[in-house]
Design a protein around this ligand. Structure first.
Ligand code: 13P
Length: 245
């Protein structure tokens, strides 16, 4: 895996204030040297309140900033509490996560996710589309069916997929410390890739500096979407370093 182009995407979820940016220089410093010999791409997705200050801190670092969700409207509108993709782009975001299970669980359906993806792409944001099954669905052995549906409906009528990355995040793995069995994960990622040629597929769910040793051996994974561990610069750097060891 050493020379493979890998994504390391930090999803801070609803964590972090301005003081959380104070330690970012550690990651920037590490990456300044590291990117020269390794093909690693780092993207930080903080809460919207931190996108602009983070973008400013990371200028010239080659680390990109993204958002965690957006409204489906491309233009301004009377949508209290919402932010559209153009607004995210204007403050420095290059990427946006769409369809995270935490948002699906609060009611986002595939149709809405499809609209959000379309307006994000139209606004020149790159999209990280999250998919994943619940524990119940896994037990029923319908994981592949669920994933196919989420991809098919999420990417409906989108012909140009070059700015889309898929993140496979089994819901039962998020924040639980449990990761899928190696052969299962290999098989699931292969399945996603077989049906979606050329798309990069990342894994997310409890990635940490310990289990990265196992995860990195699964050679069809194109990177990781990291929640909890990404808030700690030391752990985040450790994960990246160990991936290439
Ligand atoms: P954890 O790494 O905290 O399990 O979160 C994964 C996730 O939801 C990233 O989007």
């Amino acid at each position: 895996m050493t020379n493979k182009y890998m994504y390391f995407i930090a999803n801070w979820k609803m964590f972090g204030g301005l003081n959380s940016l104070n330690s970012l220089h550690k990651v920037a410093k590490f990456y300044k040297k590291f990117h020269k010999s390794k093909f690693a791409k780092i993207i930080y997705c903080p809460p919207n309140t931190l996108i602009r200050p983070m973008f400013k801190k990371l200028v010239n670092s080659r680390i990109d900033v993204g958002a965690q969700n957006c409204h489906e409207n491309e233009s301004f509108g009377a949508f209290t509490g919402s932010v559209n993709p153009r607004m995210l782009k204007s403050v420095g975001a290059k990427y946006v996560i769409i369809g995270h299970s935490e948002n699906r669980q609060s009611g986002e359906k595939n149709k809405l996710i499809n609209s959000k993806i379309k307006s994000s792409l139209n606004s020149n944001l790159k999209v990280i589309l999250c998919i994943g099954e619940t524990l119940k669905e896994k037990r029923k052995k319908i994981t592949k069916k669920i994933l196919s549906l989420q991809i098919k409906a999420g990417l409906k009528n989108i012909r140009n997929k070059k700015n889309i990355i898929i993140a496979y995040e089994p819901i039962w793995s998020i924040g639980t410390g449990i990761i899928p069995k190696t052969n299962e994960l290999l098989d699931t990622i292969n399945f996603i890739k077989k049906n979606n040629k050329k798309l990069k597929v990342l894994y997310g769910g409890s990635v940490n500096p310990k289990n990265i040793q196992t995860l990195k051996s699964i050679n069809n994974i194109d990177g990781f979407l990291i929640g909890g561990a990404s808030q700690n610069p030391k752990k985040f750097i450790d994960i990246i370093k160990k991936t290439y060891n």
